[in-house]
Design a protein around this ligand. Sequence first.
Ligand SMILES: Cc1cc2nc3c(=O)[nH]c(=O)nc-3n(C[C@H](O)[C@H](O)[C@H](O)COP(=O)(O)OP(=O)(O)OC[C@H]3O[C@@H](n4cnc5c(N)ncnc54)[C@H](O)[C@@H]3O)c2cc1C
Length: 467
Amino acid sequence: MNDATSLATSYDVAIIGGGNAALCAAMTAAETGASVLILETAPKPYRGGNSRHTRNFRCMHSGPLGPLVEDYSEDEYLADLMKVTGGKTDEHLARLAIRSSEECLPWMQDHGVHFQPSLSGTLSLARTNAFFMGGGKSLVNAYYRTAQKLGVDVLYEAHVTHLELNDNHIDWIDYTHDRADHRVTAKSVIVASGGFQADTDWLTRAWGPAAQNFLIRGTPYNRGVVLADLLDQDVDSVGDPTQCHAVAIDGRAPKFDGGIVTRLDCVPFSIVVNKNAERFYDEGEDVWPKRYAIWGRLVAGQPDQVGYVIIDAKSLDLFMPSVFPPLKSDTLEGLAAEMGLPADKLRTTVDTFNAACGDTSKFHPTELDGVTTTGLTPAKTNWARPITEPPFYGYSLRTGVTFTYLGLKVDENAQCSTPSGPIKNLWAAGETMAGSILGQGYLAGFGMTIGTVFGRIAGREAAAYAN
Ligand SMILES: Cc1cc2nc3c(=O)[nH]c(=O)nc-3n(C[C@H](O)[C@H](O)[C@H](O)COP(=O)(O)OP(=O)(O)OC[C@H]3O[C@@H](n4cnc5c(N)ncnc54)[C@H](O)[C@@H]3O)c2cc1C
């Protein structure tokens, strides 16, 4: 790699960030012959931001494509997106991302990404989401290798602090490296430095003190430093600071970078209570892939932003094993003690729930089975079986933020603007502009679609401007 130790004083294209969006932009720009610099704040072993945690990419296709079976049309993809965002989607940019995703898959393969054969048993995903062989870490490593061959310079531990904006033009980039301040100029600049989810103070300003209890599923480096700097200079933004992708994860996950393994899939077979041992939502509302993303917010709304999942022995084998073993006791009271829950109250909640369960003969763990409670608030509308069979198991849940949506507003050329018009030499790609498309909600695999499509567009436009 041109792991740059000495940099040129000026580049055609400088890119801030070192994840998927940055790398797609860098390779695209370098292929036109432009000189390209990546400034990545993370040390090399942690390069690749949230992208290194990913597993798949959602892709439109009009017939079998790579590992993807059958077809997935633009309209079906858009309808799926509209459903999860409740229509809060920029349709023009969404269609652009969706339509372009089809040509991205072979492009990704050409740039070193390998895909796994489609997963049996998950038919809908085999049609819609292409899984990376070796996960996001392999994808990121492959892209760095390709960027190296294309002559891209990469400087790690280069923390960008400021882009100097004058008359809708970025004049220079300030960054720190090796405990010193530095400045570099570039004809074109691309921001691909993610959301601000790792800045707890910013999350706290948006969410209040509750945010102190959130866990961040990905990189600690996406702190929104460049985003804040640009917003301070009146660059157009989009989105609401409380909107984000958040899921409920194992409460024992680390504060940062726990990644995909801290997810828990047991909620549909459980009851979930808050710290007062009270249920607060229908655990069986829908199949888990359609509901997992609402539980981050549900837990965020509970006292101390914590939830507790309770299951019994008959449900333990119905979901993917957790990375940390569950707490376990032969009695509910024992489990309550281990989990720090009021034992009497938990006993009452479980007894009331059990009494509201009816005929369970139609229980079916992988389908909406209609096995529901009667006369209970909130109801559990599927998979409602009494919790009676010891041992009893429990997990704590916390809100795990994936990425925030407040970001830079871009047009179909990924170009940024101020109220007085386009910024001549500034583009944005990936999480930092995802709010331009997503107003709320999330469709699995769409983050990598946005980053790949808009990374390539930004790279193309930035190189064209520089040349
Ligand atoms: C656990 C987990 C699983 C996920 N799974 C999937 C999935 O399977 N499919 C999917 O589509 N999406 C998934 N996502 C979302 C996905 O990771 C993001 O949408 C996508 O990776 C964003 O890419 P990006 O390049 O914009 O940001 P990132 O990959 O996060 O890259 C941002 C980069 O900017 C750098 N940076 C930040 N600030 C600065 C600064 N001031 N100066 C210099 N550099 C800076 C960071 O170090 C980082 O390298 C997942 C996210 C997580 C956390």
